[in-house]
Write a protein that binds this ligand. Structure first.
Ligand code: NAD
Length: 483
């Protein structure tokens, strides 16, 4: 098996295997070939990881932040030096084209380690004058943080959780998606090579039940999940039992609104990126593309022309622009959504079928004349399926854009500055892009509102989610008692 790791788990600075756990394979979705065989964590493995994290965390939190930062910075440099190797691994595991993984996966993870390495030493508390007395606040680490990942951006997700958690003095037990178990192990190895003390970043493998076991363990202070809304509801509820802090990065059905004064070529570029990058498997994708009626024909013509030119194929080939979906099961789910869209009367502009007979490829698909009540416009498909809807009026499109349980992201294309800010202000979304789409620099907070999530990753906002505040009151005079 061409990507077989040394063992399934990484605990206390070492590779750990336990064949008592159920075996599962990682499959390269472009060919169906098994690339690694791993074992799910047993309760004993989970307990060993949590013990290791709990034992290592206090000494790590007691280090000067600049020392923690130095190690994380070194990890970022190793990730960049090994970017090609990590990108090939991610491409094998996810099927995403190398063209993407070379620039968007480990590279974005390295950004997170670099950013939080520099952020950690800047964290301070407050001093609060109280007349004769005073108080001050300390930012403390939470303790053991559990991270649970989705399969679309495996090393990025692991890094976006581990970087702030570790920078601020926590320990991490990370469970990658069972679909893409490999790159988190590579990250663990790199962190330890960079000097991270054993026990601070542990990886355990398994399906949902392993995640569920971690979430309710008494040793865990915080849970950060990246996954679907149904899983989010379960994990949030389970974490609530122990009053644990949570970050929930969940799904979306984001609107991308293109006004009549937009630069049509840029808007088409954005719509393509917002639906077909990573074969459409991106949480923040703008899958409801609202186009002003005046430019609808011009927009659709150009969109169809450019979509038909997208090169699908072997994701390891540098010329390939779009790879397969992550699994056979997911491909059939996406094809089912397409069939439902056709049956519901949406107009198929291009695509609409499986690509080839080997691997999990689906053609980039555009539907026009989609109505708000169609499943195409309501459900997260998580595949290369774009729904184009039309509108005439700003108030109307805002109401329709907000009429969803989701609230992860949104986009606005217009040359009218006042309109851009006005619309960005009222869209119910954690992130709004103006004349851009799906850019997620580490400096900018990212997360959802409504059912799309709780909390924020990245930016200064991450501090709130990986630390807690302790208030220290200093009595500087005699204590008076009334009795
Ligand atoms: P999923 O919800 O099926 O699984 C996510 C993770 O949760 C996996 O590791 C899975 O094993 C684990 N899990 C499943 N049941 C669990 C349980 N009961 N307790 C604990 N853990 C459990 O999601 P997926 O199919 O892997 O990923 C796609 C979804 O992720 C999409 O909905 C997408 O929008 C979302 N996503 C969100 C973001 C974001 O930042 N908002 C980013 C990427 C993906």
């Amino acid at each position: 098996m061409k990507a077989q790791p040394k063992a399934s788990h990484f605990i206390a600075g070492d590779w750990v295997e336990d064949t008592a756990g159920a075996a599962f394979d990682s499959i390269h979705p472009a060919t169906g070939e098994g690339i690694a065989r791993l074992h799910e964590a047993t309760p004993d493995i989970m307990s060993r990881a949590l013990d290791a994290a709990q034992a290592a965390q206090p000494a790590w939190a007691a280090l000067a932040p600049v020392e923690r930062g130095r190690i994380l910075h070194r990890a970022a440099m190793i990730m960049r030096a090994r970017n090609h190797e990590l990108s090939v691994l991610e491409t094998l595991d996810t099927g995403k084209p190398l063209q993407e993984t070379l620039v968007a996966d480990a590279a974005s993870g390295a950004d997170a380690f670099e950013y939080f390495a520099g952020f950690a030493p800047t964290v301070t508390g407050q001093t609060i004058p109280l007349g004769r007395d005073m108080a001050y606040t300390l930012r403390e680490a939470l303790g053991v943080c559990v991270g649970i990942g989705a399969w679309n951006y495996p090393i990025q997700i692991a890094s976006w959780k581990a970087a702030p958690a570790l920078a601020f003095g926590n320990a991490v037990v990370f469970k990658p998606s069972e679909m893409t178990p490999l790159s988190a192990l590579a990250l663990a190895e790199i962190l330890h090579e960079a000097g991270l003390p054993a026990g601070l970043f542990n990886v355990v493998q398994g399906r949902g039940a392993v995640g569920a076991g971690l979430v309710t363990d008494a040793r865990v202070a915080k849970v950060s999940l990246t996954g679907s809304v149904p899983t989010g509801r379960k994990v949030y509820a389970a974490a609530a039992g122990g009053i644990r802090a949570v970050t929930m990065e969940l799904g979306g059905k984001s609107p991308l609104i293109i006004f009549e004064d937009a630069d049509v070529e840029s808007a088409v570029s954005a719509a393509i990126l917002a639906n077909f990058y990573s074969s459409g498997q991106i949480c923040s994708n703008g899958t409801r593309v609202f186009v002003h009626r005046d430019i609808k024909t011009a927009f659709l013509d150009r969109l169809a022309e450019r979509t038909r030119q997208i090169r699908l194929g072997d994701p390891l080939d540098a010329k390939t622009q779009m790879g397969p979906l992550v699994s056979d099961q997911h491909m059939h789910k996406v094809l089912g959504h397409i069939a439902d869209g056709i049956a519901a009367g949406a107009r198929l502009v291009c695509g609409g079928a499986r690509h080839g007979h080997v691997g999990c490829f689906v053609q980039p698909t555009v539907f026009a004349d989609v109505r708000d009540d169609m499943a195409l416009a309501r459900e997260e498909i998580f595949g290369p399926v774009m729904s184009v809807l039309d509108f005439t009026d700003e108030d109307e499109v805002i109401t329709r854009a907000n009429a969803t349980e989701y609230g992860l992201a949104a986009g606005v294309f217009t040359r009218d500055l006042a309109r851009a800010h006005r619309v960005a202000g009222v869209l119910q979304a954690g992130t709004v892009w103006v004349n851009a789409y799906n850019l997620t620099p580490v400096e900018m907070p990212f997360g959802g509102v409504k059912a799309s999530g709780v909390g924020r990753e990245n930016g200064h906002a991450a501090l709130e989610h990986y630390t807690r505040i302790k208030s220290v009151y200093l009595g500087l005079g005699d204590v008076d008692a009334p009795y």
